[in-house]
Design a protein around this ligand. Structure first.
Ligand SMILES: [Zn+2]
Length: 203
């Protein structure tokens, strides 16, 4: 039956998700697969929706392109209709176009110059370029963490550099990211995270 989706039909990330999640919804899908041997197409769609909404999980493989950083850029690209970019720690992370040479890649720029690209958790920097050597090692070392936790680094970078990660514009004192930019990337930033700016402007 074409409506039946067996465990071996699932993608690697779906399998890993199913096997590792402790939540009740994941357990339901596991039990269903164990006792019935398959999911219906409708149930598979349900599973995909839950995975999407909990997409901060670590990707299963190094070359799984759907990292938290890529998913955030992807959401913002769809929201704005153009390839989105994040400004973090002096870097720019730019989603490559689907019709480009490197679909699903993220281009890395530093001081507006091309530094390399990212696919999944693989970082391919141009080590032969003098530019790479001019960037602080510590900043380069943070790229793997930015891939996994873009929102955390976007807010931290906003605090450190005073620049909105979403648009690169200067932020008012104490603000960590622009509200509309946060929304574009699908980030719900709490009132506290917007920080002192709100509090001081009310006093
Ligand atoms: Zn902004």
């Amino acid at each position: 039956m074409e409506d039946r989706v067996k465990f071996e039909d699932l993608t690697v990330s779906q399998r890993i998700w199913l096997l590792n999640r402790l939540s009740a919804d994941a357990r339901q899908f596991r039990e269903r697969l164990t006792w019935k041997g398959f999911l219906t197409k409708e149930q598979l769609m349900g599973l995909e929706q839950i995975m999407e909404s909990t997409s901060t999980q670590t990707p299963s493989r190094v070359d799984d392109p759907n990292t938290p950083l890529f998913l955030a850029l992807d959401r913002a690209s769809k929201a704005s209709g153009k390839n989105a970019c994040l400004h973090i720690n002096g870097f720019r992370f730019l989603r490559a176009g689907d019709d480009s040479k490197n679909p699903k890649h993220i281009y890395v720029l530093y001081s507006s110059q091309y530094l390399g690209k990212i696919y999944g958790r693989k970082i391919q920097l141009r080590w032969n370029s003098h530019l790479v050597w001019s960037v602080d090692d510590k900043l380069i070392g943070e790229i793997p963490h930015i891939i996994q936790n873009p929102i955390g680094y976007a807010l931290q970078s906003g605090a450190d550099y005073g620049i909105c990660a979403g648009c690169g514009k200067h932020l008012p004192d104490g603000q960590l990211i622009g509200k509309s930019c946060a929304a574009r990337f699908g980030w719900e930033v709490s009132q506290e995270e917007f920080g002192a700016a709100v509090a001081t402007s009310q006093n």
